[in-house]
Design a protein around this ligand. Structure first.
Ligand code: FES
Ligand code: FES
Length: 158
């Protein structure tokens, strides 16, 4: 058992848990942020993706000890009101089916748009391609990223 301090969605949090506990379970069970989903637990599916210092990481593969002092964003913290361009594009394109994979997909897209306001098709496919969607919503996911990117390129907030 150790106490580790990290910042989640702009709030400093002190967590007492085994240092080897995956960040995924810290977020869900200790902090109540259940938007981050457990899929494979092996680093393959992407459903547990959160942003670490703005970059996507698979939280099932991040031990709590490694998260000490770092800043994380979960789907709950991407915007206060669902107004991030990726979130708006997702709604407008009716992307979600069951929705399970979508928090990780949206955070991955948000990170892509933050570093590349006008990504190429290859960059979009590369960023989102290793996230698994059992519902097969990939065409709508790609459409939503393109829509958010067009808006970002036109001067909107990425
Ligand atoms: S649950 Fe983390 S990558 Fe699948
Ligand atoms: S929308 Fe169901 S797994 Fe992707």
């Amino acid at each position: 058992m150790a106490e580790v301090t990290l910042t989640v969605n702009g709030v400093r949090r002190a967590v007492g848990a085994d240092p080897g506990t995956p960040l995924l379970w810290v977020l869900r069970d200790e902090l109540g942020l259940t938007g981050t989903k457990y899929g494979c637990g092996e680093g393959y599916c992407g459903s547990c993706t959160v942003l670490e210092e703005g970059a996507p990481v698979r939280s099932c593969q991040v031990p709590l000890a490694q998260a000490a002092g770092k800043r994380y964003t979960t789907i709950e913290g991407l915007s206060n009101d669902g107004s991030h361009p990726a979130q708006r594009a997702w709604l407008e394109q009716n992307v979600s089916q069951c929705g399970f994979c979508q928090p990780g997909m949206i955070l991955e897209a948000a990170a892509l748009l933050a570093r590349r306001a006008n990504p190429t098709e290859e960059e979009i496919a590369s960023a989102l391609g290793d996230h698994l969607c059992r519902c097969g919503s990939y065409p709508r996911i790609l459409s939503a990223v393109r829509l958010a990117a067009r808006r970002a390129a036109a001067g909107g907030r990425p």
